[in-house]
Design a protein around this ligand. Structure first.
Ligand SMILES: CC(C)(COP(=O)(O)OP(=O)(O)OC[C@H]1O[C@@H](n2cnc3c(N)ncnc32)[C@H](O)[C@@H]1OP(=O)(O)O)[C@@H](O)C(=O)NCCC(=O)NCCS
Length: 409
């Protein structure tokens, strides 16, 4: 549309930008304090807006994130606040903003971009692939019985104010070992994790926090809300809504879950973003009591620079693979590459000549963090190559533990 212009907003335009993005997500802006808070993690220069005249009709933004990958970490452009006004949809505004956003990501040196998708039909066309999954799990506290021999300790409540000091060191002990998680600044803790304003409750309590004390320092925490309720026959029927369980040790993990499944008046327990290989069920007498309510795509990754991205992670085995990448949205990344891992050190370079296999760039993004099933992608004809090459690809990319992104952004 010729009448649309695109640019980052000015500081004075921030309230209008937040209004537009909340409207894009079918909501109202909660309060002015929130606008000031968002500004601290997403400054005006990291936004992009579509304007018609003076009016903002589309929003876009990028967080500077430090993502853990197998054996290391990498800067990631965190694509966020993607909205287009209902009156301007399906006219190409999002695609135009995506092009500009990714051009600036590349100019700023990012080798990957990542996002959470509110609708999973949108982002494949731009080359993002699903790099991590998660589960919403539910259970009834009366059904949860830990196996004999499972060590369980007491946990203790702390205030949200104290959590600003206590939680980050625990989190930092887990984030560097978990591909798919990203580091949090103090501001991020304040704005995204421990923010506890009245409007965020939506029928539940404020956030509550318990920690487990390890030998020398706290080594696990859980953030949750409660929701009171009553059954038809008058019995307490509340719910514990778990927002985050982060544990450095298995003792902390079992102790926190034991507490969360023993809160009086709350027989229902629901944890919305649980890692797919969480060991909780295996610590129970009856694993089936942890029910998977939904299995959903979490972090999507777009590889912007194949060589930089692949050299930033480690591989559990040595080996070599030649592959061709296709990318219809950003043709600059397509072409042939060779990845060689020797003594654990990866080298990736462009290649002339034949390769062992071909895939779209979204599939490379899906495999990047060590998740993704190579053989299933081949069965779906999304990786085209011979069996030997597929085996080598799997051996190289797959990791023993599944990636987990514990936070929406
Ligand atoms: C999703 C949204 C940003 C799309 O904006 P838009 O300006 O209408 O998108 P575009 O016109 O640039 O569409 C680009 C392409 O994506 C497709 N597309 C757009 N939205 C889609 C959707 N929700 N589902 C499937 N395809 C979609 C278009 O059909 C078009 O396809 P084409 O290139 O094959 O013609 C907009 O609908 C919106 O604001 N939705 C509500 C908020 C939201 O869900 N944001 C995403 C947050 S993760």
């Amino acid at each position: 549309m010729d009448s649309i212009t695109y640019r980052p907003i000015t500081d004075g335009e921030y309230p209008a930008f937040v209004r537009a993005l909340f409207e894009g997500f079918a909501d109202d802006v909660p309060d002015d304090d929130f606008v000031d808070l968002i500004r601290t993690t997403l400054p005006p220069e990291r936004t992009l807006a579509a304007f018609e005249g003076d009016e903002i009709v589309g929003t876009f933004g990028g967080y500077d994130l430090d993502l853990t990958v197998p054996g290391g970490h990498i800067g990631m452009e965190g694509t966020t606040v993607v909205t287009v006004f209902p009156t301007h949809r399906r006219m190409g505004l999002m695609s135009e903003m995506m092009t500009r956003h990714l051009d600036s990501s590349v100019a700023n040196g990012y080798a990957i971009a990542g996002l959470w998708a509110s609708a999973s039909s949108i982002y494949g066309r731009y080359g993002y692939g699903v790099a991590s999954y998660a589960n919403t799990v539910t259970m009834q506290s009366r059904d949860i019985c830990f196996r004999d021999g499972t060590d369980i300790d007491r946990v203790r409540r702390i205030s949200v104010e104290d959590a600003h000091e206590v939680l980050p060191p625990i989190f930092d002990g887990v984030v560097t070992a978990t591909p798919g998680m990203f580091a949090r600044t103090a501001q991020w803790w304040k704005t995204e994790v421990l923010y506890n304003a009245e409007w965020t409750k939506r029928g539940k309590t404020a956030k509550r926090i318990v920690i487990h004390d390890g030998r020398d320092s706290p080594d696990g925490y859980a953030i949750y809300r409660q929701q009171s309720g009553e059954s038809d026959d008058g019995h307490a029927n509340g719910t514990v809504h778990i927002l985050e369980v982060v544990a450095v040790t298995e003792l902390a993990h079992a102790s926190l879950w034991s507490y969360l499944t023993n809160v009086d008046g709350c027989p229902n327990v629901r944890s919305w973003n649980t890692r797919v290989d969480d060991p909780l069920a295996l610590k129970l007498v009856e694993p089936r009591r942890v029910r998977i309510e939904s299995h959903f795509d979490a972090l999507w990754i777009l590889i912007l620079d194949v060589t930089l991205a692949l050299e930033a992670r480690s591989y559990e085995h040595d080996g070599a693979i030649r592959f061709t990448i296709t990318n219809s949205f950003r043709p600059g990344t397509d072409g042939s590459y060779e990845l060689i891992v020797e003594d654990g050190v990866a080298g990736c370079s462009r290649l002339d000549g034949d390769t062992d296999m071909e895939m779209d760039v979204d599939v490379l993004g899906a495999l990047y963090l060590g998740g993704g099933d190579t053989h299933a992608y081949a069965a779906a004809d999304r990786i085209r190559g011979n069996v030997d090459a597929l085996g080598r690809l799997h051996r190289l990319f797959h990791t023993a533990r599944s990636p987990w992104c514990n936070q929406v952004f």
